[in-house]
Design a protein around this ligand. Sequence first.
Ligand code: ADP
Length: 666
Amino acid sequence: MRNFCRILRISFKQRLAIAGVVLSSAFVALLWGLNIGTLYPMIEIVFEGEGVSSYVAKEQEKLDVQITQIDADLEQLAQQREAAANDDQRQQIDNQILWQNSKRELELRKADALAWARPWADKMPDSPFQVLVMLIVVLMIGTAIKLIALTANLMLVQEISERTCMDVRNMLFRQSLRLDLDSFGDNGSSSLTARLTNDVGNIATGINVLFGRTIREPMKMIVCVVGAAIVCWRLLLLVMVVAPLMAWVISVLSKSIRRASRRVMEEMTQMYSVLNEAFAGIKVVKAYNTQGFERARFSRSAQLCYSKSMKASWYHSLTRPATELLGMAMISLAIIAGGYLVLNQKTHLLGIRMTYTELGFAEVLLFFAFLIGTTDPARKLTDVWSVLQRGIAAADRIFEILDQPIRVVDPAEPKSLTGRHQRIAFNDIQFSYPSGPMTLNGLNLEIKQGETIAIVGPNGSGKSTLINLLCRFYDPQSGSVTIDDVPINEIRLRDLRRRIGLVTQRTFLFEDTILNNIRYGTPGASEEQAIQAAKRAHADEFITSKMPDGYQTLLGCGSMHLSGGQMQRLALARAILRDPEILILDEATSQIDLESEALIHDVLSDFLKDRTGIMITHRPTTLELADRVAIIEQGELSDVGTHHQLLGRNDFYSSLVGNDFSSKAA
Ligand code: ADP
């Protein structure tokens, strides 16, 4: 609930819309009550065969008679008081006098009201049928105004929920991009997708009913309850005895609904994850003929989703019969009590006074009508409850992400690096991934500015991890990565990453033009500069000759129509345009075809001049570019030296460049 309130705080930014919602809801409620209220004159005037004027006159006469009767009673009571034998009797008579006086007061007020209404009543139609027509016209106008207010209300509520939903989505996406990399594990991104889509949707519906029905319907109920209380408040209190029972049933059901809704959302996340995997690996699925397996996996997940949804629906569908039954009990109680009072013309029920004067038929009917008027909003509110519970559960899930602590954050007081760096150092690094064993174990390495260093080693030895630490995707558990002796966790993240150009084995191309893909990360670059970078990366040739719209060619989802080598060259162009101080190639040349290899070799040797280059590679041609080669084995730096030094002394390296590396190396 606390988290849902936090979402509400976001909605409260739209104060004007909320004020509009409250106002239009009040309008709808008032007109709802007034429409029900027209029942009274219909029964009392029209079906009694009267006109307005004659009705008022008759009521005035009736009141006069009653007041005269009360005066006579009061006089008699005064005499009885004089003659009272003792204090007890006197006390009893005093009570009766007090009672009669309040009754007189009430009747006098009614008489005043009638006297005030008389001139208007005299101007109104005096035939019952005309009065009926007039009432129907009033009813129609009332309904029309109510519907206009309702439409405005619905639109405003939608506005609030959609805007809140948009704000929450933006917040969530912003936070998602800040999350530590391990949050994007196998299920990580699908759980984020589920939260960004399904859960935010549930919140929107929750907000919608909260500002819609939850404000409107209780207001309608209040108007009806006030109406019923005006008719006979004591009778109303009597029938309200069912209310606590209703509150208890609703609270029990709502807890179950919230729990069940949470499970549905968890299953939904699971289903998104199955979907994501199947689509992301569609090539493998097809090639290995595992459609059946994927279908079974999805169907299992869908089946679970279905059964959890059915359970939630069961609780949800219980709320309506439960509240309707209790509502019916309330009305039945009212009918029995009211019927008893009217049919027997009594003012007391079970010895308790219910009214000053006997209730009329029209009054009791109006009382029932007001009670029935509360049941329609009550019925609409039963749905609200389960939708709100779903929204509350979704808010909890969304804040799980929004409140997730982020380990890699900007330092409170960032140090700034001035000018080009001189030295990068890994100092006694101990690092393990949150979900794994020790990956780097006391690693030390120093890289000088302008140097190109190649990192080699068997699969899983920690080469990419080293890069992850330098880019500060993770922080080491102990030891530090420093640039010019400043630990990188004391530098602003943007500052650090601005200096780095990263090209990985899997190039990610966005659904945009080739030009914008090259400019990704350097949005200020001109078209000319982007083309220049593409030329340097030897990408220009295939872009202009093979792409249908040259640099304006749109890359589709997954960029299926580009070869691995072409994608790599685009990635290189992107990095070149960024003009980084440190270029990191993480197996970036592994997919480049032989023809490109020589070209890329030239590009890199030219581009890496006066830049620091860190390359994870096993390609002898790329290794040739390196000033030094560092060998990492089992999370430790096992050797470092020049190509020639290592060839002479390191067996692993000799076997690697001796082309006997396919089974050992990355
Ligand atoms: P290399 O690049 O040398 O092949 P990595 O640095 O990628 O090796 O991985 C080193 C070790 O860390 C491996 O055992 C790998 O399974 C593990 N590892 C890599 N990335 C993660 C991760 N995100 N979470 C948990 N373990 C990881």
